[in-house]
Design a protein around this ligand. Structure first.
Ligand code: UDP
Length: 242
């Protein structure tokens, strides 16, 4: 069976690397993600990753405690580079070739972000990990994911989360809540469903990039998503409930 996609952008939040810890990085969780990414890349699909930093530092939170927002955001972006390098290390140890590209130049440890170069790496089967977000304060790594997906011409964004999709009500509060199999961008924006921030959704809408929201904690889900199995919720189609 062939894969459903040629080029995918995977958005991993910082929290995805944290596992059940309250802060930082759980090496076992990262190892599991690296193994799964390795399996996916072995199918021939091209994979780029945008990684968040919320497990280490969040600009908005520090700003609300009194810090200058732009400064706090730059620290947040540096946090994403820590995650990017951790992921790189883990991927390379499982035999996957990678390159980290950062939106803030740190040439001693990673390549600077160069769009055409990133695409070339992908064509050669390397996983490209984008660190330092967009390089701009006041943005998020979700928006970065939408931006990079458009730039590298990815067919889809995989938004890996801890829930198995988007529901019509909070499934923890309402046990009979229904999961959407697909949703329009307009619905996500209008209902403020918080899949990604609105800037990210708007960018995906404008560029017709679908977003597949699925549960990363279920082993094998990235592979299932790549194979086009019906998991999670696809934002970008019509509104359908399962
Ligand atoms: N950030 C930023 N510009 C960007 C991307 C990220 O300033 O383009 C900063 C921002 O402070 C953010 C932090 O980096 O809080 C970590 O990123 P994010 O919160 O998106 O990570 P995630 O929620 O995915 O773990």
């Amino acid at each position: 069976m062939g894969t459903n996609y040629r080029r995918v952008l995977l958005k991993l939040s910082g929290e995805a690397l944290m596992g059940n810890m309250g802060y930082g990085i759980d090496p076992e969780v990262v190892k599991g993600i690296a193994q799964e990414v390795g399996e996916v890349v072995a199918t021939g699909v091209q994979l780029a990753i945008v990684v968040g930093g919320g497990n280490i530092f969040r600009g908005v939170k520090a700003a609300s405690a009194g810090m200058d927002r732009a400064t706090a955001d730059y620290i947040g972006m540096i946090a994403t580079v820590m995650n990017a390098m951790t992921l790189q290390d883990s991927l390379e140890r499982t035999g996957v070739q990678t390159r980290v590209q950062t939106a803030i130049a740190m040439q001693e440890l990673a390549e600077p972000y160069i769009r055409r170069r990133a695409i070339r790496h992908l064509e050669k089967g390397r996983v490209v990990i984008f660190g330092a977000g967009s390089g701009n304060p006041f943005f998020t790594t979700d928006t970065t994911a939408a931006l990079r997906a458009a730039e590298i011409d990815a067919e889809v964004i995989f938004k890996a989360t801890k829930v198995d999709g988007i529901y019509d009500a909070d499934p923890h509060v309402y046990p009979d809540a229904k999961r959407f199999t697909s949703l329009t961008y307009a619905h996500v924006l209008a209902k403020d469903l918080r899949v990604m921030d609105s800037t990210a959704i708007a960018l995906c809408k404008e560029n017709n990039i679908p977003i597949l929201v699925f549960d990363l904690t279920v082993r094998g889900n990235i592979h299932r998503a790549v194979m086009g199995e019906s998991i999670g919720t696809l934002v970008g189609g019509s509104c359908e409930i399962s």
